[in-house]
Write a protein that binds this ligand. Structure first.
Ligand code: ATP
Ligand code: ZN
Ligand code: MG
Length: 503
């Protein structure tokens, strides 16, 4: 058979009438398979034996895996044994769960898994043996998730490097470049900015801050307000629970800044710490580690997860759809490590994140209006040389794509906006800077957060307006002198602050 599950049940005492056990075990197993398999497969009890207070059973099935049948079996057996023989099932575990499934391709290297297992394959047919599974693993359906994980890892091996993740959608006209240097270097030279006291963070003096806020105002007044987006203010810490639901926790654990809490705020408990600070004039690291918890949350990575949390479990009234909101309060934190560069790749950045929730057609229409508004800003106010590209791999867009042309297939996915940075080299050879993006994610998050509507399908999406990126793209092309700036931008910026003079 395709799947085999061997289970050891620990009973709460000896069975008084072992002779009657056989028919009971067999009948209960048959019923359990009938109830849980339906047309999705067939299964049977292939072996069992009683050894003192331990009952061994072996379930086999084709089609659906047999652990749901096992759970139904245990529940019913426990009830009947309790009634008839005054013993129950105390716990159970699976010494072995063997399952077979098809892969999309032949794996080209070993697949690692973090739980005890053996994985082999013959061509695309995989055989997975999980060993020593605790009761919770059977109750919480680890096996189907492990199978999905193996398939996902093989899919990824197969797509690596093959798929084109980038395809040009639009390009602005070429522009005359008024600057050739790295704008961060120039801002540093003029003392507009100073690298922050901790990794990848910057202090923006009055002029740089004014320019960043000018970008923010342009985004609001030219794009968000006219389209009817309203501001929300969200907390700065994301719970693990939220990041589990969005998938960020499995996707990006190495890019988060984690939040820890003091174990207590009682000054007496902190006395040793404060005394050590007074005596040594240094941070007593060991004592600090003793006094704070491990990570309890994550510092905002992106704003949309917490916006989805706000809507979770709620039904949005038709009159409030499409729901159009944005957050500009939470500051994004990311551990960029070796990628850090100037103001364009920082560990702490300021971003406006509009989020939209609505009927699929409404979101597709909204995307067009957003694209038009953004284009006006980049063409007529910032006068940038920029382009857009579709960056979602084909296999991630949606199922049932066979026969669709590119435009039809490109409904769910992400558009990146990129600007040419002259200091990096020629237009053709250098990497352009992604300064914002725009996505429609379909039902992924409305499903994950149980966000509902009165009728019809509910989709969502978001757009990440990176203000440091808007600013670096602009300064890299136009330079730091207002004389070189487009007049529409100069109007927006108004009078620049007096920068602080340092001697
Ligand atoms: P990248 O590929 O450049 O790392 P990303 O795909 O990680 O960007 P998203 O998570 O899609 O970026 O975030 C949306 C927007 O946030 C980006 O378009 C950019 O404007 C901004 N952003 C992301 N990471 C940074 C960073 N480290 N520094 C400054 N801005 C950033
Ligand atoms: Zn988002
Ligand atoms: Mg990134």
């Amino acid at each position: 058979m395709e799947h085999r599950l061997e289970v050891e049940l620990t009973l709460s005492g000896p069975v008084r009438e072992p002779a009657s056990l056989g028919p009971l075990v067999e009948r209960t197993a048959t019923e359990a398979f009938e109830r849980t398999m339906g047309s999705a497969g067939k299964g049977r009890l292939s072996d069992w034996r009683l050894d003192g207070e331990r009952l061994f059973v072996q379930f086999e099935s084709e089609g659906r895996r047999p652990h749901q049948a096992l759970l139904a079996f245990v529940r019913r057996l426990s009830e009947t044994l309790g009634r008839e023989q005054k013993v129950g099932v105390r716990s159970f575990r699976a010494p072995l769960y063997r399952t077979q499934f098809e892969l999309s391709a032949v794996p080209n290297r070993k697949i690692a898994l973090p739980i005890p297992h053996e994985l082999t394959h013959e061509g695309k047919r995989a055989v997975l043996e999980l060993t020593d599974l605790p009761e919770a693993a059977l109750r919480n359906n680890w096996v189907d998730r492990v199978v999905s994980l193996v398939k996902e890892k093989v899919d990824r091996q197969n797509y690596e490097g093959k798929e084109q993740y980038w395809s040009l959608l639009s390009s602005s006209p070429q522009r005359e470049m008024r600057f050739a240097l790295d704008p961060t270097e120039e801002m540093l030279r003029r003392l507009w900015v100073r690298p922050g006291p901790t990794k990848g963070k910057w202090f923006l003096g009055p002029t740089a801050a004014h320019l960043l806020r000018t970008m923010e105002r342009i985004a609001r007044e030219e794009v968000l307000d006219p389209l009817g987006f309203q501001e929300v203010v969200q907390p700065h810490h994301d719970s693990f629970d939220i990041l589990l639901k969005t998938g960020h926790l499995e996707g990006l654990p190495g890019e988060f800044y984690y939040v820890a809490e003091p174990k207590t705020r009682d000054p007496v408990a902190w006395e040793r710490f404060t005394d050590l600070v007074k005596i040594t004039g240094e941070v007593p690291r060991e004592e600090l580690e003793r006094m704070v918890t491990g990570p309890t949350a994550v510092s905002c990575y992106a704003q949309c997860p917490t916006i989805y949390w706000w809507l979770s479990g709620r039904t949005i009234a038709t009159e409030s759809l499409p729901l159009l909101v944005y957050d500009k309060s939470a500051v994004s934190n990311r551990y960029e490590s070796g990628g850090r560069h100037g103001l364009e790749r920082v560990d702490e950045f300021h971003r406006i994140e509009p989020v939209y929730v609505g009927a699929p057609d409404d979101l597709v229409a909204l995307r067009e209006r957003l694209l038009e508004r953004y284009a006006r800003v980049f063409n007529e106010i910032l006068e940038l040389e920029w382009r857009t590209a579709w960056v979602t791999p084909f296999y991630m867009q949606q199922s049932g794509l066979v026969g669709l042309d590119d435009a039809q297939a490109r409904i769910k996915g992400t558009i990146d906006f990129e600007a040419y940075l002259p200091y990096r080299g020629t237009r053709e050879s250098s990497e352009w800077l992604e300064f914002q993006n725009l996505s429609i994610v379909g039902e992924k998050y409305t499903d994950a957060f149980a966000i509902k509507t009165q009728k019809g399908e509910l989709w969502s999406g978001c757009s990440g307006i990176g203000l440091e990126r808007w600013l670096t793209a602009f300064l890299a092309q136009k330079g730091l002198d207002p004389d070189g700036w487009p007049s529409a931008f100069r109007d927006y910026a108004g009078k620049l602050p007096h920068d602080v003079k340092f001697l």
